[in-house]
Write a protein that binds this ligand. Structure first.
Ligand SMILES: *Cc1c(COP(=O)(O)O)cnc(C)c1O
Length: 380
């Protein structure tokens, strides 16, 4: 018998209560029953985003909301600034270029956080920049970027908006959209929201909504002005992913019940425990300086093939962790502590890692990492 443990930074495990919501017969969405559910979803999302703005729900993976941000704010020939510190930062640049937006890039070494001063310098050098695209938690490297400081810088430019990919940040750490003055925040369902993939969420500040009035880029399905109108009436412009919306109501109520600050603290402690275990095992973090609470990226020790490690973990122990992406493929592995995860998910991750490393010939004193993790997790 093999029991499976999904310990990746998306998709993440889905609680049984949430899964069961989707087992019910489908209901029609143009009904008061659906509208009541959608109203509750909107409330839960506003609490999670810590915003008074509308949080819109789209039927797509997270990238759909990223594309929506670009095409609803900008016009061909506009200039955007992109912080590229990993695979998801690069995605902003790819989307901008696909829509013929002039794209200035701040290149940051993978594993490091952008220096907010670099954003300040770029904006000073080019006042044409209409939007700054950033990633709060860069899932490819496990870095948490200092979005609060960057927001304070962008706030000094009345014609420039700050767009934040908070896909593995929201629900893992505080993303107080209104307090920090974030103009666009996007997330996806299969990360901290404890949901299957298929929904994306996006919220815009008043400053960002103003840009939607002048944006000329082509859009049809992801027309946010149209969605805003529909969703104000608890409907969507097109058929919503009804089962996922019903499940989202449940996962948002679970987050509310735990309490947002406790949810954040849980992620913080799981992350600390994982990092402490990794250090006790003599392994090196990819991002020791500004680690994300959503996942921990670890450099594979010399002599240990990441593919062999992941293969053994999966085949023998039923444990799925992520590898590296792009040029980090084969160099790192990534352990998630994101969404529906608690103390013993982290213990499973660490103990399985120890056993697999030992089996692959890497010197490991079994229990070393587990002990280090336990010392932190006992405080949860
Ligand atoms: C998962 C993720 C995305 C979106 O990916 P999809 O596959 O489209 O859901 C974007 N940015 C970050 C930081 C992510 O972790």
């Amino acid at each position: 018998m093999k029991k499976n443990h999904l310990l990746t930074p998306g998709p993440t495990p889905v609680p049984a209560e949430v899964l069961l919501c989707m087992a019910n017969p489908i209901i029609h969405h143009r009904t008061p029953e659906y509208e009541e559910i959608f109203a509750q979803v909107k409330k839960g999302l506003a609490a999670l985003f810590q915003t008074r703005q509308d949080v819109l729900v789209l039927s797509s993976s997270g990238t759909g909301a990223m594309e929506a941000a670009v095409i609803n704010l900008l016009s061909a020939g506009d200039t955007a600034l992109v912080v590229n510190a990993g695979k998801f930062g690069k995605r902003w640049a790819d989307i901008c270029r696909a829509f013929k937006v002039n794209t200035e890039i701040i290149e940051v070494a993978w594993g490091q956080a952008v220096h907010p001063q670099a954003v300040a310098d770029a904006l000073k050098a080019n006042p044409q920049i209409k939007a700054v695209f950033t990633t709060h938690s860069e899932t490819s490297t496990g870095v948490l970027h200092d979005i609060k400081t960057i927001a304070a810088i962008v706030a000094g430019y009345p014609e420039t908006v700050l767009v934040v990919d908070a896909i593995t940040a929201l629900g893992a750490t505080a993303v107080p959209m209104d307090d920090w003055g974030l103009d666009v925040v996007v997330t996806g369902s299969q990360k901290a929201l404890m949901m299957p993939p298929g929904l994306a969420c996006i919220a815009l500040s008043q400053k960002a909504w103003k840009l939607t009035e002048t944006s000329q880029l082509p859009k049809y399905y992801f027309d946010l002005k149209k969605e805003k109108k529909s969703q104000a009436k608890n409907q969507t412009a097109y058929t919503p992913a009804i089962s996922l919306i019903i499940a989202l109501r449940k996962s948002l109520s679970m987050i509310e019940q735990e309490g947002l600050s406790k949810v954040h603290r849980r992620h913080q402690l799981l992350a600390e425990a994982t990092r402490s275990a990794v250090a006790a095992l003599g392994l090196e973090l990819l991002a020791p300086e500004s680690p994300s609470p959503a996942l921990t990226a670890v450099k594979s020790p010399p002599g240990v093939e990441v593919s062999a490690l992941r293969g053994l973990l999966s085949k023998k122990y039923g444990v799925t962790i992520a590898g590296g992406q792009d040029h980090l493929k084969g160099k790192i592995f990534r352990i998630a502590h994101l969404g529906y995860m608690s103390t013993f998910d982290t213990i499973i991750a660490v103990s399985a890692l120890e056993m697999a490393l030992k089996e692959l010939g890497h010197p490991v004193q079994l229990g070393t990492g587990v002990k280090a993790a336990q010392k932190i997790l006992i405080n949860l």
